[in-house]
Design a protein around this ligand. Structure first.
Ligand code: MN
Ligand code: MN
Length: 469
């Protein structure tokens, strides 16, 4: 048989778009590097299950590399490394480049909040000889997924005396855990008739936290009293203090390898801590760039990027303006010349639910980092469609750096859709495109990402860190 390629074969290779599994496209040592990279990625996921914990972890990582708190009014020069900690819940890092600031900066923006269940302001009650907490879920969750599994409690309580107490129960293997109970199948005849979306209702997401009574025959609500006694001994708090607390319920399990081949990571909160980790490590590994490099880890994306710590707030703009001001440069000029990778997860093709995907435009696990020109739903509503020019520029950057990448799209037209922080940057007059990791079971307590894709995303950010454009 001839090994010579036919004219038609050559023409096809030249003209067709080839989509291929990373395991076939990447050198063996690159795949080993991806596996090695994900060992620390898993530790990062375990150390930060709320936005506050991720900020703390990120600061510790950055300070090891010489990053210092940003000081307003100070003139920073090439090689300086600063961060702005925004209320402990979102954070911006900047690595000052050698180019004039008016030429613009390169921004990597991701979010560090994840879907979860928050406690209500008045959560504690006793019913049926048990003590429970009332909750309100945070972000887009399928509520039935959160029952009958081990859950941990994370957050802060600001007491009457003004002292802020950190809470983390359920992560250490010797800790107790909590759970939301579900009905046994034997008595679920009525529940089973509900639609899936209604299977577990918001007011049924009650967290079981105790069952022993305080030992006094006369006292009422003795089980609630006993739980409040324990909380008082441990945290010095009283029931009133729940009103000034941020307490979140998250899965109690740790990040694990998935599959006989260990090719994937299964963990809670990979949306969007996978982009937070890959962009942050790219920043920390970067040499002094030409263009100043900015890394934003934002809060509140899952609820619409609002509040003081969401991407709609001004803190990240203020940092860039603060870096420009000592040079007499207007921040608006900096923004107009800036470029942004809006980093968030996309959906990987799921063979169990092929009907929601459009196979030509969906992203696949192990095909590399996903570039998404536009998001939105039903006629691209809510999109921040990247321009053809900027999309082309980023595609050339990825190719020039040998990054494994693919395009992606959230589902079939009119199937649904979603948005990211991209709009917040685009409205600031910054060229922005969505990029990120394809995941399976997005927003579920256990999300899945392929290691090759995680590493390819890191490599995309490394390319962007030195991108002059
Ligand atoms: Mn996200
Ligand atoms: Mn999300």
């Amino acid at each position: 048989m001839s090994t010579e390629k036919s004219e038609a074969q050559k023409l096809k290779e030249a003209l067709f778009l080839e989509r291929k599994h990373g395991g076939l496209k990447l050198p063996e040592e690159e795949i080993r590097r991806a596996e090695w990279y994900c060992e620390d990625y898993k530790k990062f996921l375990d150390s930060g299950k709320t936005e506050r914990e991720v900020v703390t972890t990120a600061i510790a990582m950055a300070e090891k590399q010489g990053y210092e708190p940003y000081e307003y009014g100070r003139k920073y020069t090439a090689g300086d490394k600063v961060y702005l900690n925004n209320r402990g819940k979102s954070i911006v890092f900047a690595l000052i480049g050698s180019d004039p600031i008016e030429n613009g900066v390169n921004i990597m923006a991701s979010h560090i909040d994840s879907p979860r269940i928050d406690l209500k302001v008045n959560p504690v009650y006793e019913d049926g000889e048990l003590c429970l907490f009332k909750t309100h879920y945070y972000g887009g969750v399928k509520k039935y997924q959160w029952t009958a599994m081990p859950l941990a409690l994370h957050g802060v309580v600001v007491r009457q005396d003004g002292v802020s107490v950190t809470v983390s129960v359920g992560e250490d293997e010797n800790d107790p855990v909590f759970c939301v109970t579900d009905l046994l199948p034997h008595l679920s005849a009525d529940q089973m008739k509900r639609t899936l979306g209604d299977g577990i209702r918001g007011e049924e997401l009650n967290l079981l936290v105790g069952s022993y009574p305080y030992r006094d025959e006369e006292i009422s609500q003795a089980i609630k009293l006993n739980i409040l006694r324990i909380l008082n001994e441990k945290y010095g708090m009283v029931e009133k203090d729940f009103r000034s607390a941020e307490l979140s319920i998250v899965p109690a399990f740790k990040a694990r390898d998935l599959g006989f081949d260990r090719s994937m990571v299964a963990a809670y909160g990979q949306d969007d801590r996978v982009c937070a980790y890959t962009s942050l490590t790219a920043l920390l590994h970067a040499e002094t760039p030409g263009r100043t490099l900015v890394c934003v880890l934002a809060d509140k994306e899952e609820t619409g990027s609002g509040g003081t710590t969401g991407m709609n707030a001004d803190y990240w703009r203020n940092l860039i303006a603060g870096i420009a001001r000592p040079y007499g440069v207007d921040a608006r000029q900096v923004f107009a010349n800036s470029k942004c990778l809006s980093a968030d997860v996309n959906i990987a093709f799921d063979p169990t639910f092929p009907e929601v995907h459009e196979k030509m435009n969906v992203s696949f696990a192990n095909y590399g980092v996903v570039l998404t020109k536009y998001t939105g739903a039903r006629g691209k509503a809510g999109t921040s469609d990247a321009s053809a020019e900027f999309t082309g520029e980023i595609q050339r950057m990825l190719d020039a750096n040998g990054v494994l990448w693919q395009t992606g799209n959230l589902g079939k037209v009119d199937q649904g859709g979603g948005g990211t922080v991209a709009g917040c940057l685009a409205q600031t007059d910054i060229d922005t495109i969505d990029i990120g990791v394809p995941v399976l079971s997005m927003h579920a307590p256990l999300e899945v990402a392929a290691k090759i894709d995680v590493y390819s995303t890191y490599r995309a950010f490394c390319a962007f860190a030195k991108h002059e454009g």
